[in-house]
Structures are given as C-alpha cells and as structure tokens.
Design a protein around this ligand. Structure first.
Ligand code: NAD
Length: 375
C-alpha cells in the first residue's frame, strides 16, 4: 500500500520472494532529485556511480542529479544515449557497457537510470550484465516509466525480430520518482502515461478510476498533489501484481489489458503516427467491447471508459484501421500461447481476467477491431 499524506513524499515497498531480490522502496516526491545522492547512498554505497540518461533528459536534469550524487560523495560516471525507442538496442547498451568498463567500475557501483522507460529498460540490462550484475536504481522521468516500466524488474532491449526480446529480470534497489520532472513532458507523453493509469484502474481499482475521472484536469495540468497521488496509487497496483507474480507466470499478464489489440494496431500502422499509450487506449476499448459481447462486462460502463479516455485527449476510434490486417497482426503477438490467443478482458471497472480464445471467438474479436474503425 502507498504510505503518506495527500501531499509530501509517498513510499510503496516491494517485497519479493526471499531468493529473488531484497525488498525495495518506490519513493514518489516533488523535488526528489535534490536528495538523489543521499537516497542512492542509503541503498548502494560505493565510491562511484554510473548514470545512464538520454539526449533529451540530459540537458534538463543530468546536472541536478550529478550535483546531488557528487555531494553525497560519489565519483559520477555518465553515459548519454540518443533518445527514442529506435535506440533501445544491444548496440546502444554495448556502448554504455564500454563506457563503464573503461572507467573500471566495481561490483558495488550502482547503475542509475535517469529517464523514461527506454533509459530504464536499457540501463537495467546494463546493470544486470555489468560484472554479472551491479546494483540498479531507477529514477523515472516520464509518467509511464514511473507508474509502469520502473517497477517490477523487467529490463531489456529490442531486436529487429521484436520489442523487448533481449532482457532479464533485475530488480532495482530503489525507485526514486521526482514528479516535478513530469512538468517538462510533452503533453502527448503525459497522455500516454495516463492511458496506462486508466489500464491499471480498470484491471484492479474502481476507486482509482473514479479518482482519475474527478481529477483529470489537474492531472493534465501536472498539479503536484494530484500527480503524486496518482503515481503512488498506480505504483501500489503494479507493485502488488509484481509481488504476486515476480516472473510473469500468472496474474502479471493482467497488465497486458489492451496490449494485444494495441500491439497489433501499432504493427499495422508501421509504428508511426501512433504512440504506444494511444494504441493501448484503443486496445482497451476493443477489449471492453469484446467483453460486453461475451456477456462478461456491463455495457452501461463502456461510456465511462470512453468518456475518461476522451477527457484525457486519447482517441477511442481509429477510422481507416484495416480490421483484417489488425486481426492477422494479433496472431504474431508474443502473448499467443499454444497457438491460441490469450486475451485480457475486463469484467468490471476494477477487475479483469485472462481468457484463452478459440476459433469460435474469431468473429467477435474481428467485430471488436472493426468497431474501432467504424466508430
Ligand atoms: P521514453 O523513455 O522514450 O520517453 C519518451 C520521451 O520523453 C523520450 O523522447 C524521452 O527523451 C522524453 N523524456 C523523458 N523524460 C522527460 C522529461 N521529464 N521531460 C521531457 N522529456 C522527457 O518512453 P516511455 O514512454 O517513458 O517508456 C516507453 C518504454 O518503456 C518502452 O521501451 C517500453 O517497452 C518500456 N516499458 C517497459 C516496461 C517494463 O516493465 N520494463 C513496462 C512498460 C513499458
């Protein structure tokens, strides 16, 4: 559970099976970067630390992070990767490994990811593989990475054969979120983060859904108390699911609500013109319509989902989407198990389940996709 008052620092503790990793805290706080050094030292004391960031975040926040780390006594090594998903590759990770190995880092040296999910995933792989594993600290600077990517220990890079196909589980020693950094996010990135928050609310927490509904304007304006509350509540959901299923063998699959449809939409759009969060929002709408057709979700609640996504500024329809190509692309999603598609479908606002599908479900799945194109 999240601890703390409506305003001020909030902490969520992740406790994993003993053999997996030590418990770690996720701290959510305005202005946390100023205290980064002392917070890292508390979990990973060492003579030096190794910061990975990207070319957009570096000019915004690297100096502040370095100053705090240096003040806490660290010799600060840095490696800046080019911003963007297209750079989440083994070659980019390899260049970071070169930088830190050439600087003769030690087993105790923490790798610190300062950036969004791309930096977090890539730096995590670097931390997992440097000297067979060094301490890792996440400092997420996007809403999406704060509520999703930085929690749970999944790290990795993309391969031409698919996204996130090279990776590992490497849990952080701490996740330190300075919500003030979200103020510089492009509005589209903020909306994509909110799409993941709505997803968390639909699968687990009707009260969170209502909170987003009533605070949507404050959240879009990046109002600190509202954002802090949002992040802490979302992190608590992700942490609870990760604690139940650290290696994604069961309940963690619920986090993929909207993703099987969403990945297929991204695929047919050629990964251009549509952001991941935008595709997840559309996928959530398609999954909800399918659940309604199966008699598993109350039809009266669909307008609430549509209205909330629209209030955030996310599209709930994609005129021109090719249903046939999208359906075919769903079959290539890596969540296909035993040749059959497994889909996460909501059963209420606040609950979802994983459903194995059969050939009999194909017409309904196609109708759910077509509804996005025709809406
Ligand atoms: P991102 O890291 O590419 O960040 C989005 C953009 O925002 C980038 O251009 C970045 O430079 C910029 N940016 C970051 N912080 C900023 C700030 N404070 N102000 C201004 N600009 C800023 O993408 P993302 O949306 O944060 O994360 C997406 C990635 O996360 C994907 O690669 C995805 O696979 C991964 N992910 C991982 C997990 C996991 O469990 N490991 C879960 C969800 C997503």
């Amino acid at each position: 559970m999240a601890r703390g008052k409506l305003s001020g620092m909030k902490t969520v503790t992740v406790t994993l099976p003993a053999a997996t990793a030590a418990p770690y805290d996720i701290r959510v706080e305005a202005g946390a970067l100023a205290r980064l050094g002392e917070q890292v030292r508390a979990v990973a004391p060492a003579p030096s630390c190794a910061v990975v960031t990207d070319s957009i975040v570096a000019p915004l926040y690297l100096e502040r992070a370095k100053a705090s780390l240096a003040a806490a006594g660290y010799r600060v090594l840095t490696h800046t990767i080019p911003a963007g998903e297209q750079h989440k590759t083994l070659a980019t990770a390899s260049a970071a490994l070169d930088t830190f190995l050439n600087a003769r880092i030690e087993r105790a040296t923490p790798v610190i990811a300062l950036g969004g999910g791309v930096v977090g995933d890539l730096a995590g792989l670097v931390a997992a593989t440097l000297l067979r594993g060094v301490p890792f600290v996440q400092v997420p600077t996007t809403l999406l990475s704060a509520v999703d990517a930085s929690v749970g220990g999944k790290v990795g890079v993309d391969h031409p054969a698919g996204k996130n196909l090279i990776g590992a589980f490497h849990q952080p020693r701490a996740v330190i979120t300075d919500i003030d950094t979200f103020k510089s996010l492009p509005p589209r990135e903020l909306r994509c983060g909110l799409a993941e928050c709505v997803k968390h609310a639909i699968i687990r927490d009707a009260a969170l859904f209502a909170f987003i509904e009533t605070h949507v304007h404050q959240l879009l304006a990046c109002d600190s108390p509202s954002i802090e509350e949002l992040v802490a509540r979302n992190v608590a959901i992700k942490a609870a699911i990760v604690m139940d299923d650290p290696f994604e063998r069961g309940v963690r699959a619920l986090l993929n609500l909207g993703h099987t449809f969403g990945h297929a939409i991204e695929n047919v759009m050629g990964y251009t013109g549509i952001a991941h969060g935008e595709a997840v929002a559309l996928g959530t709408v398609a999954a909800t319509r399918l659940a309604i057709e199966r008699g598993e979700f109350p039809a009266r609640d669909l307008p609430r989902i549509l209205a909330l996504l629209q209030a955030i500024g996310l599209s709930t329809a994609l005129p021109g989407l090719d249903p046939d190509r999208t359906f075919t692309a769903m079959g290539t999603d890596k969540k296909v198990a035993g040749g059959k598609l497994r889909l996460v479908l909501p059963t209420a606002i606040g609950a979802a389940h994983v459903v194995p599908t059969s050939d009999a479900d194909v017409p309904a799945i196609r109708r759910a996709i077509a509804s996005l194109a025709n809406a």
